[in-house]
Design a protein around this ligand. Structure first.
Ligand SMILES: [Ca+2]
Ligand SMILES: [Ca+2]
Length: 310
């Protein structure tokens, strides 16, 4: 009798242990499923909110084209979009949305390095060399970048690299030999490292086709790259002159400072902008980058979007 009771007790304990394990495992799976569902739902909501912000920004830029004939850093689009809360005080889900619009023609367009035939544009190559020098970087990267996007397979002299170089790297790859869609491609260029890219990327961009530089929004080093005789003091003078309203007379200001063919490449308006909008819903954070093209008539269109997590 006693032995039987002992067996029954052990059996009962085993069954209990089994049920507890099973219940815990089910609860765990259940809460994980729930969490996954929430995260996927929050992510969808965040993306929708980001698209909403994008459509609002398209309106701002369209309106700007009607309200002004130039684009400068004192305009509404150039101010940071304030942090807006998502969800009211009583809502269980909390989040926020914020962002900024950047004028991309304040940067050097890497795709200016080649002409319509895919051949290197020497004046732009020289300008890129000056930009690299102004940033304290190796000017060699100008020739290397030009080779990366020019159509031919002939390495430029003295600073070139084509497939003959890239196919020798482990793992091997080939030069693009066409214009680039993103400046992240520059990471593939011979000798390029993260430290160089960190310094360079805020001053360069890849836009479809050749573009002018908007001197009202150009970064200091980009202004300095316009002519080899421009000093740091000249650039500081230019920056203080343009202030928040832009240059009152671009031709008069720049004609004594830059060569006539460079003067023709300068603009005081922009056709390309980039929106960076960050949305947080609960613990989910989404960053949308949207490249926006504005036509001469003022119509605004997103032409390239990417989602990130930073
Ligand atoms: Ca404007
Ligand atoms: Ca090439």
């Amino acid at each position: 009798m006693r032995r039987q009771r002992g067996v029954a007790l052990i059996t009962a304990m085993l069954v209990m242990a089994l049920i507890t394990t099973l219940t815990f495992s089910l609860e765990w799976d259940n809460s994980m499923d729930l969490r996954r569902t929430y995260v996927s739902m929050y992510r969808d909501e965040a993306i929708q909110a980001a698209f909403g912000a994008e459509s609002w920004v398209l309106t701002i830029l369209r309106q700007d084209a009607q309200d002004s004939t130039t684009d400068h850093l004192g305009e509404i689009w150039a101010s940071e979009l304030p942090v807006l809360p998502l969800g009211g005080p009583g809502d269980s889900i909390q989040g926020e949305i914020y962002g900024e619009i950047q004028d991309l023609q304040g940067r050097f367009n890497i795709n200016n390095l080649v002409d319509a035939n895919g051949e290197i544009d020497e004046p732009s190559l020289e300008q890129f060399r000056r930009l690299l020098a102004a940033l304290g970087l190796d000017p060699r990267f100008a020739g290397l970048t030009a080779d990366w996007i020019d159509a031919d397979q002939e390495p430029s002299f003295p600073d070139g690299a084509e497939d003959s170089t890239y196919t020798g790297i482990v793992p091997p790859y080939r030069a693009a030999n066409q214009i680039i869609a993103s400046t992240s491609e520059l990471a593939a260029i011979e000798g390029m490292d993260k430290a160089t890219l960190d310094v360079l990327l805020p001053h360069v961009i890849a836009l479809p086709g050749r573009t002018a530089i908007n001197v009202n929004t150009a970064t200091g080093p980009v202004l300095q790259s316009l002519d080899e005789n421009l000093s740091l003091a000249d650039v500081e003078g230019l920056l203080s002159q343009r202030q928040d309203t832009g240059f009152s007379d671009v031709a008069a200001t720049f004609s004594p400072l830059v060569a006539p063919d460079v003067l023709n490449q300068l603009a005081e308006t922009s056709d390309y902008f980039r929106l960076r909008v960050v949305v947080r819903v609960d613990t989910v954070r989404v960053t949308l980058f949207s490249l926006i093209e504005r036509s001469p008539q003022g119509d605004t269109t997103p032409i390239l979007r990417s989602l990130g997590t930073t």
